[in-house]
Ligand binder design. Structure first.
Ligand code: NAP
Length: 247
């Protein structure tokens, strides 16, 4: 139990990587408020799953793109738990298209959900973190934010932005004992990558030295490391969890 009695906020906790992060945090003794956009039923099921455990796991419907809703989530979490130790900015979407066909709206929607959301929650949580002189922030970027990807200009720009925001925030907040790091997952089996056909998956696998797609749990375990005291001397870093795809 690396995070016994700690308190965390996880954005986008109902599916895929976010759901695995919520579970891993809870299994390590951490109380969690997780957000979601539309998966009401799944949110209630996750709460039920942990209702007999010694930790509290609570779902909160909030659009990560909205600054005022981020403030509400932080306020709600402070009311429920009294303090917050960990913020995991995980919520994310794709709206892929070639640049020629990408609409302005699809560009803005992805930037707002994936990048502005990180600003929203970091800013909303800043006062409590500064006052307590402690905090762990883990942002979920992507390897494509490092190497680029055709057909994903909006997504790649958002994920590269998350890396820049992570480094800038890490420098700004280090003197207050707040660690800000980022994980860049490779190709992880979730609803997001379900859209890939077998041929696309095989092409990816050919470039992954460890010869398998990642599991949501692979990312969740890295989040536990970056949320725990094991990583106290690490800040501003991008940890790629990708089977060796990018090196
Ligand atoms: P996913 O299976 O599609 O799940 C996305 C989660 O984010 C859901 O819980 C969803 O809530 C929530 N969400 C989406 N938009 C939201 C919004 N505006 N406000 C609040 N919550 C929102 O995605 P995933 O594959 O687990 O990806 C999680 C993160 O990892 C994303 O940031 C993604 O970019 C990143 N990532 C994934 C991969 C991969 O291979 N899967 C690779 C690199 C990076 P609802 O259930 O309510 O819709």
């Amino acid at each position: 139990m690396k995070l016994l009695n700690k308190k965390a906020i996880v954005t986008g906790g109902t599916r895929g990587i976010g759901k695995a992060i919520v579970k891993e945090l809870a299994e390590n003794g951490c109380n969690v408020v997780f957000t979601y956009h539309s998966s009401e039923e799944i949110a209630r099921k996750i709460e039920e799953e942990f209702s007999n455990e010694n930790v509290k796991v609570i779902g909160f419907k909030a659009d990560a793109s909205s600054f005022s809703q981020a403030e509400e989530v932080v306020k709600f979490t402070l009311e429920k738990f009294g303090s917050i130790d960990i913020l995991v900015n995980n919520a994310g979407i794709t709206k892929d298209n070639l640049l020629l066909r990408m609409s302005e709206q699809d560009f803005d929607t992805v930037i707002n959900a994936n990048l502005k959301s990180v600003f929203n929650y970091t800013k909303a949580i800043l006062k409590p973190f500064l006052n307590q002189k402690f905090g762990k922030i883990v942002n979920i970027s992507s390897v494509v934010g490092i190497i680029g990807n055709p057909g994903q200009a909006n997504y790649v720009a958002s994920k590269a932005g998350v890396i820049g925001l992570t480094k800038s925030n890490a420098k700004e907040l280090a003197s207050r004992n707040i660690n800000v790091n980022c994980i860049a997952p490779g190709f992880i089996e979730t609803d997001m990558t379900d859209k890939l056909n077998e041929q696309q998956k095989q092409a990816i696998l050919n470039n992954v030295p460890l010869k398998r797609l990642g599991k949501a749990e692979d990312i969740a375990k890295a989040v536990i490391f970056l949320s725990s005291s094991d990583s106290d001397y690490i800040t501003g870093q991008v940890l790629t969890v990708d089977g060796g795809l990018v090196m």
